[in-house]
Design a protein around this ligand. Structure first.
Ligand SMILES: C[S@@+](CC[C@H](N)C(=O)[O-])C[C@H]1O[C@@H](n2cnc3c(N)ncnc32)[C@H](O)[C@@H]1O
Length: 285
């Protein structure tokens, strides 16, 4: 699924990945992922640091937007970063080489449902914004458990679009967000997966599961968050499904445009925006 008119730069084709991956692989999306990761780095990565010499698997690294933060927090760890999209992986490699020359990252083109690694070959696993795009997130977690050594940890970060609320309130803005949720669901994913992290991890056989909410709240007193999160991460993500929402007959141009305009009002003077991510950490027992 293309999200804008930029050149497509590669696709993932795993059968268990939501077909027509809702965010697409455009240059615009690569920028959005970068904005998202950089703006939210402190919020999402705080508490995640791996010891020197440990082997860390990052699954679904995309264009490396989180990888650069993993490298910064755990400079001595040996990171193996994987993605199903070869072109994204190439971008990730270039990003990490530019940002952190000399970083110890190994790149691997792989589907999370068929990881080419031996049992118990990693000390830690890191997964960010990937489960929400999979038809079978529980099976992915079970496969990741196989490659973790006993006592190793998994860290999973996901959003939940049901946690978005804002001022001024608008049913058109709400409806635009709901169209994104519907399209992701129709493609086999779940944009509301954050609230399911604890049961998903427990059912996949992990122990000591701890899930904590990490909340973003932006108003004019936090201009970096208004720009980096409300505008460039969240609204940009909703805006990107416009053509698909219209093509699917889920909305019409006038309602959609009003919804997007109203979302932008939440990033203007007097506007506020709230969203919660969920970060789960669990142990391979
Ligand atoms: C929203 S992006 C997140 C990228 C990165 N983790 C970040 O936070 O910036 C989701 C990524 O998951 C990858 N992905 C989707 N299905 C996958 C699968 N079955 N195996 C591996 N990666 C997959 C996509 O190619 C995409 O790069």
């Amino acid at each position: 699924m293309h999200t804008d008119t930029d050149t497509d730069t590669g696709t993932g084709t795993g059968t268990d990945t939501a077909p027509g991956y809702v965010h697409g692989y455009s240059r615009h999306e690569a920028h959005r992922l970068g904005d998202q990761a950089d703006t939210l780095a402190a919020l999402l990565h705080t508490g995640t640091a791996y010891p020197a010499g440990s082997r860390v698997l990052e699954v679904g690294c995309g264009v490396g937007a989180q990888t650069v933060h993993l490298v910064a927090s755990s400079p001595g760890a040996h990171i193996v970063a994987t993605d199903i999209a070869a072109a994204s992986l190439a971008r990730a490699r270039a990003r990490v080489a530019a940002d952190t020359p000399g970083a110890r990252v190994e790149w691997c083109h792989a589907d999370v449902f068929g990881l080419p690694f031996a049992d118990a070959s990693f000390d830690h696993v890191f997964v960010c914004f990937v489960l929400e795009h999979l038809r079978a997130p529980g099976r992915a977690l079970a496969g990741l458990r196989r490659v973790l050594r006993p006592g190793g940890t998994i860290t999973v970060i996901e959003g939940d679009h049901g946690s978005a609320f804002f001022h001024p309130s608008s049913r058109y803005a709400r409806a635009a967000i709901d169209r994104q949720i519907q399209l992701q669901s129709a493609a086999g994913g779940d944009a509301l997966i954050g609230r399911r992290l604890q049961p998903l991890l427990a059912e996949a056989g992990y122990g000591d599961v701890v899930v904590r909410p990490r909340t973003v709240y932006a108003d004019r007193t936090r201009p970096a968050l208004v720009d980096g999160f409300t505008r460039n991460t969240f609204i940009a993500m909703v805006e990107s499904v416009r053509d698909d929402a219209l093509a699917a007959g889920l909305t019409n141009r006038s309602d959609w445009d009003r919804g997007i305009a109203d979302l932008h009002r939440t990033a203007g003077d007097g506007g506020t925006f709230h969203y919660t991510f969920f970060k789960g950490v669990a142990v391979r027992s």
